[in-house]
Design a protein around this ligand. Structure first.
Ligand code: MLT
Length: 405
């Protein structure tokens, strides 16, 4: 008789964004004439930029011709893309990354979940609270956590590092020593970030205690302030204790096209074993690469036209962030983030719980956001709005929130 992975039974309900989607579809079914404005999931709304679309078309044409047709992608991804990444994302910031340290994938969400394969289940993880749910849920699935503690709203045997307005959303170094530390800056969900000097403290700490940092930099393109690192490898010593996840979803609109990459420096070792070699083995065995046409389109992001066009899109979303941030602030709401990230984190009004506020806003204003408590217990009393919407809808959503609450 087969048995299931019982760790899955520890998970609570469905994935956060699936829960929200079902609540919203139940509401729209019951109220078909109501216009809903969706500022919930961080999904982009602008189309892929012309440089990317042109390259997608030409790459499709290559696939139609015997001489240029491509089958399986190289294990780590096409060299043209890895070279573009190494040059633009790293060399231009003074960071030397070898192309063999870059692993192209179908996105940062998959990588952040799959990376656990190379670590022992005995490792103790530390996460910020609130946190992108994928980091925790995938560790639950792997058996790297205890049961869910319903009273505290946390999984046992996980180190949660509170990030709230009281500590300026900067996690403190944990009292208990973790083995694996997940950091995401600019942060999802809070939309806040930490200065490079603070990030350096984490690198120093990881080196001291022998922990590895899984650094999610999916939102780096939204950084506007000079003292914020775009890559953890800008910090001294980081190559010996960190790996970095990157995505084409948020900077170039690939949420539906799927492309990302993970950087694992060869200096990152456990004893004599490089994590790079383990991930290469895992990648080669379990993954057959992102499609050629998508990797070709990804490389187009790094052309001068691609860079100009994606910067315009990022500016568009950051203008939405400003509309939300300043609109809500001037109406007296406590808001955070939205300066170096496309998320605004607001305090719920009148002490409402995050889910009560979600239901209230959906019913009364037809606006969808994400309840802060869905990201962890210290997200309770907060609410996340995304700047990835259409500008007119974003303005209307802010007006509706202010009018209704
Ligand atoms: C979010 O809304 O937090 C993200 O869009 C989810 C994701 O990137 O998977």
């Amino acid at each position: 008789m087969f048995r299931i992975n019982e760790n899955f039974l520890k998970l609570q309900g469905s994935y956060l964004f699936s829960t929200i989607a079902s609540k919203v579809s139940a509401y729209t079914e019951a109220n078909p004439d109501k216009k809903i404005i969706r500022l919930g999931i961080g999904d982009v709304t602008l189309p892929l930029c012309p440089a990317v679309i042109d390259r997608l078309h030409s790459a499709v044409d290559e696939m139609a011709v015997k001489e240029t047709f491509k089958g399986y992608s190289p294990d780590l991804g096409y060299e043209f893309l890895r070279k573009a990444i190494a040059d633009h994302d790293y060399k231009e910031r003074g960071v030397d990354i070898d192309i063999d340290e870059i692993f192209v994938s179908d996105g940062a969400k998959s990588d952040s979940g799959n990376i656990g394969d190379i670590f022992s289940v005995d490792n103790k993880i530390a996460v910020c609270d609130p946190v992108y749910p994928v980091y925790v849920d995938t560790n639950v699935m792997a058996g790297r956590t205890g049961e869910f503690d319903k009273d505290k709203g946390v999984f046992r045997d996980v180190i949660y590092m509170p990030c709230t307005a009281e500590n300026n959303f900067i996690p403190e170094l944990p009292k208990e020593t973790p083995d694996i530390i997940y950091l995401c800056f600019p942060n999802n969900p809070t939309g806040t970030t930490i200065p490079k000097a603070e990030l350096q403290k984490w690198v120093d700490y990881a080196l001291k205690v022998g922990a590895v940092i899984i650094y999610d930099a999916a939102y780096e393109a939204y950084i506007t302030e000079d003292d914020v690192a775009h890559s953890i490898f800008e910090c001294e010593g980081a190559k010996a204790c960190a790996m970095e996840l990157r995505s084409f979803s948020k900077n170039a609109g690939f949420t539906g096209t799927r492309l990302g990459f993970t950087v694992i420096p060869k200096e990152l070792k456990c004893g004599d074993v490089t994590l790079n070699s383990l991930w290469a083995r895992r990648h080669g065995t379990k993954f057959n690469g992102a499609p050629y046409i998508v990797q070709a389109a990804g490389a187009a992001v790094y052309t001068p036209e691609g860079q100009r066009q994606i910067k315009e899109q990022i500016a568009y979303y950051m203008n939405n962030a400003k509309i939300i941030r300043e609109g809500l602030k001037s109406a007296g709401y406590d808001t955070y983030g939205g300066v170096n990230a496309p998320y605004i984190w607001m305090k719920t009004p009148h002490g409402m719980s995050s889910w009560d506020f979600f239901d209230y806003l959906l019913q009364k204003a037809g606006v969808v956001g994400t309840p802060g408590s869905g990201f962890g217990p210290h997200g309770e009393g907060y609410f996340r709005l995304t700047a990835f919407g259409d500008t007119e809808n974003t303005k209307e959503a802010v007006e509706r929130i202010i009018r209704t609450c």
